[in-house]
Design a binder for this molecule. Structure first.
Ligand code: AVJ
Length: 369
């Protein structure tokens, strides 16, 4: 009783003292208490400037690149959903089948936990998990995190229609914005599907494993979906669908630059190129410019020249090999509880559990610090 009063007083005080944007964990807790379904994470409200800075950084570099995070505005998120329906794009339906088949088992292994999904999009595949968790009884708390506000709203509509007992608390922000609140959501399972991890370069991947490991309390779960190395023709076809939806997805990057950064790029002068890089074991997606163009970044008042024949790297999609990935995850403090795959071994869903570092320290004294 006294403790509750004290906590209430402290919370009041921190409400008054804290800059609401700088104390996201407190603001999130209060939003949940008041039944909010969507919480804005700090740093995303001025995304136009963040977008401008990122575009400027990539276009001043040589070779040029653009960060794939900005592929997902409302139009990009809609186009990506279109990609997942293409016959050549096997990852989504393969992963969905693996999830559908093993969702009940995953629920049994984790018990009743809060589901926190990073990069949830429209949450379509997650509905398999939500249905297993709600069938197992007890109210389910679902916390999806996505940079697209429109995708979150659509997900909320669909989930509240299909699942009465699922409490939806969306976070509109980047993956990183969710890390500081993971401690208050324990016991939980952090979900990262669709092989989105494949978008990260090696340095970003290492940072990501470390952040999840740092913020996830020991014993909490992490469900990770990864696309596996396979025949090059299957891989390249998945990123060059005959209907051209992936090409439109690539071109939308420049349409977004036009819409938000006051540029006037000729979209038709851009070609979508997706190729397998066998050394780095990843698909690389380029925007190839047929003619020289200028890209104006109005918020920074800067203009970048792209020469005819230039290719801008806009996305990488790394494919994984299982034993190697499992070893890497172990070194970052995750135990591999189960690995689920499809018949062809095209896609894997790994159920991981945050190890207890105290145990690690005893068994591998040199692996920490
Ligand atoms: C959402 C990152 C998993 O890499 O397969 C699909 C993105 N880009 N087609 C992928 C994507 C073009 C996708 N991920």
């Amino acid at each position: 009783m006294e403790e509750t009063l004290l906590r209430l007083a402290v919370r009041r005080l921190s409400l008054y003292l804290a800059n609401p944007m700088s104390d996201f964990p407190t603001r999130f807790r209060d939003a949940v208490g008041s039944g909010a379904v969507l919480v804005q994470a700090p740093g995303t409200s001025d995304s136009r400037l963040a977008f401008a800075r990122s575009v400027a950084a990539g276009l001043s570099d040589e070779p040029k690149w653009l960060h794939c995070r900005f592929l997902y505005d409302a139009e990009g998120s809609r186009l990506f959903e279109g990609i997942t329906d293409q016959p050549e794009y096997y990852p989504t339906r393969t992963e969905a089948a693996v999830l559908a088949e093993h969702a009940a088992e995953i629920r049994e292994l984790t018990g009743p936990v809060t589901l926190v999904e990073l990069g949830s999009g429209y949450s379509v595949k997650t509905e398999h998990l939500l249905s297993a968790y709600s069938n197992a009884g007890s109210n389910v708390r679902y916390v999806p995190v996505d940079v697209s506000d429109s995708a979150l709203r659509a997900a909320n509509r669909s989930i509240s229609e299909n699942f009465e007992d699922v409490q939806f608390i969306g976070i509109n922000g980047t993956y990183g914005s969710a890390f500081p609140i993971l401690r208050q959501l324990s016991p939980q399972m952090v979900i990262f599907l669709g092989s989105t991890i494949g978008n990260f370069n090696p340095a970003e991947m290492t940072t990501f494993w470390r952040s999840v490991a740092d913020h996830l309390p020991a014993g909490d779960h992490f469900l990770l979906g990864v696309d596996l190395v396979k025949d090059v023709d299957v891989l390249e076809a998945a990123y060059n669908d005959a209907a051209g939806v992936t090409a439109s997805f690539t071109k939308n990057y420049f349409a977004r630059i036009n819409r938000e950064l006051g540029s006037d790029v000729d979209i038709e002068g851009i070609e979508h190129i997706a190729v397998w890089n066998p050394e780095l074991e990843r698909i690389e997606i380029y925007a190839h410019f047929h003619s020289a163009q200028e890209i104006h970044v109005e918020p920074l008042d800067r203009t970048f020249r792209v020469a005819a024949g230039d290719s801008i790297l806009i996305e990488i999609s790394h494919k994984f090999r299982l034993p190697k990935l499992e070893n890497e995850l172990r070194t970052f403090g995750f135990d591999v509880s189960r690995v689920f795959t499809d018949d062809k071994n095209w896609f894997a869903v790994l159920l991981l559990q945050r190890a207890d570092d105290a145990m690690l320290r005893v068994t591998h004294p040199l692996s920490i610090q």
